[in-house]
Design a binder for this molecule. Structure first.
Ligand code: UD1
Ligand code: CA
Length: 502
């Protein structure tokens, strides 16, 4: 054995996962943003020197789609269909011939694992395989001791300690149910023995299923060496069968991610209250406040501060950026030292260049904000390109959609846009131009020009006072009843009369 060992892996993922009560196949449920099947695939790739086979059945189209999407990480692998889910033994019976079809692919040993054990670590699986090899065992199973072993197969041992078999929870006697050592569902099996054992499986049990676990007893009866690698970290071995288990796995995975970030030099004020997906990166000396959610492929650089309740999805944040409270960033890029928020929404295709500022209640979509430019208050800008050192006044809105198609707005360097301006796209504001507050821009404004469109103001001396007097004189002694308001004369005629006479 020793150095000649070659390893193939079989991942069992055909079950429906009835107890998840879900439309989605169980192994596609995510833990820290990655489907459980993904964790199994990465673990498999870690130990496999030969091919990996994934047994699929329920929702197999969805599983295949996911595997294809992530193929770069998972290859080489093959997908084996188990059309009827007749048990874990039956699943391996389908995979084995597929893996041995090409003689060049023959492995000397097989690692078999379940797709629903996302917390298993590469350290543990390597330890299991290493132990199997040094013990020169025929079959080695991974086990652990649980305070509440219910639901799992129990590992039964002889008086002197050797493993004799695994009994399923539903087939176990009350005495056997008291055993706290459980079968994790991860095994290393010698190829020759596996092939013979698979041929002998039969569905003689409470479920009428082909149990893979039966091969353990077969090996013992055949005088083969059966070993168990007992792992102390029992949380790691959690098999996710329902959403209580899923929540547990999620919590543990997030704890691990936060621990990794903390050790890498990220400050997290309350690790229990941030949600960071497995692929996210955060640079050192960055600070994450409570309620921060970093999803998907998000990358945060060094020395950034992300304040409470901000969510970043598939976004890239460079160095020294401040994201104030309650911002949402989706597929956005923010360059060095920019300041975002509070309460800003950067939608896909948004790029904020160095030292730019995007402030309160601003929504940007497919919009580029140039270096040092500011969009600080209450704006919507869509399909917009903004140059350097531009000031966009409060309440400015691009009218980028005419009901049929989107159009572009261009605001060149050093433009000053006053408050409450509407830009009817397509429109270009030339360098250094000035747009007066309240303007509706319908035509291009050339460089250094003033654009203004306003109704000229009318001022009526004394009108406010006369209106007040009229209304005051008509108010009856108040007794707090609202019905009297309707008896008042309207002051509107006074104002209209004065306008006519102007
Ligand atoms: C299985 C083990 C049990 C162990 C537990 C650990 C058996 C008989 N029992 O029980 O000893 O303690 O895992 O979590 O093996 N699957 C298929 N095809 C099938 C049936 C299942 O691919 O026909 C897949 C499922 O998708 C799942 C895995 O095998 O990923 C385990 O199946 P599950 O039904 O969860 O087995 P358990 O009852 O948990
Ligand atoms: Ca299970």
């Amino acid at each position: 054995m020793s150095s000649q060992n070659t390893t193939s892996v079989i991942i069992l993922a055909a079950g429906q996962g009835t107890r998840m009560k879900s439309e989605m196949p169980k192994v596609l449920h995510c833990v820290a943003g990655r489907p459980m099947l993904g964790y199994a695939m990465l673990l498999a790739r870690h130990v496999a020197t030969k091919n990996v086979a994934v047994v699929v059945g329920h929702g197999s189209d969805k599983l295949r789609t996911y595997l294809q999407k992530e193929a770069v990480q998972f290859e080489p692998y093959l997908v084996v269909e188990q059309t009827e889910q007749l048990g874990t033994g039956h699943a391996v019976q389908q995979a084995y011939p597929a893996l041995t079809a090409g003689s060049s692919a023959l492995a000397s040993q097989y690692v078999i694992m379940c797709g629903d054990t996302p917390l298993l670590t590469t350290e543990t699986i390597s330890a299991l395989v290493g132990y199997h090899q040094t013990e020169r065992a025929t079959l080695t199973l991974l086990t652990t001791h649980l305070p509440d072993p219910s639901g799992y197969g129990r590992v039964l041992r002889e008086a002197e300690g050797t493993v004799c078999r695994v009994v399923e929870d539903r087939d176990a006697s009350p005495e056997e149910k008291k055993v706290s050592e459980i079968n994790v569902g991860t095994y290393v099996v010698e190829a020759q023995f596996l092939e013979t054992a698979l041929g002998k499986l039969s569905p003689q049990n409470a479920q009428g299923e082909y149990y893979l676990t039966d091969i353990i007893e077969m090996a013992v009866k055949d005088k083969q060496k059966v070993m168990a690698w007992v792992t102390k970290d029992s949380l790691e071995t959690t098999g996710v069968n329902n959403r209580v288990h899923l929540a547990l796995a999620e919590k543990e995975m997030r704890r691990r991610i936060c621990e990794r970030l903390l050790l890498d030099g990220v400050t997290i004020l309350d690790p229990d209250r941030v949600v960071v997906d497995h692929q996210v990166t955060v640079g050192r000396d960055s600070v994450l406040h409570p309620g921060v959610v970093l999803e998907g492929q998000t990358q945060v650089g060094e020395c950034c501060t992300i304040r409470a309740n901000s969510r970043l999805t598939n976004s890239v944040v460079h160095r020294g950026v401040t994201i104030q409270d309650a911002c949402v960033l989706q597929e956005a890029t923010v360059e060095d030292e920019a300041v975002i928020g509070p309460m800003a929404h950067l939608r896909p295709g948004t790029v904020i260049h160095r030292k730019a500022k995007v402030g309160n209640f601003v929504e940007l979509k497919k919009t580029e904000v140039g270096e040092g430019s500011k969009v600080n208050h209450l704006s919507y800008l869509g399909d917009t390109w903004i140059g350097r050192n531009v000031n966009v006044g409060a309440g400015t809105i691009t009218c980028n959609y005419d009901g049929y198609q989107k159009a572009q707005t261009v605001i060149e360097d050093n433009v000053f846009i006053g408050s409450d301006v509407q830009l009817i796209a397509p429109v270009t504001i030339g360098k250094g131009a000035l747009i007066a507050a309240g303007t509706t821009v319908t035509d291009n404004v050339p460089a250094d020009a003033l654009g203004i469109s306003r109704v000229s103001q009318i001022t009526k001396e004394g009108t406010a006072a006369r209106r007040r007097a009229l209304l005051d004189s008509s108010v009856l002694p108040t007794n707090g009843q609202s019905g009297q308001v309707e008896d008042r004369p309207s002051a509107t005629p006074v104002i209209q009369e004065e306008q006519k006479s102007s």
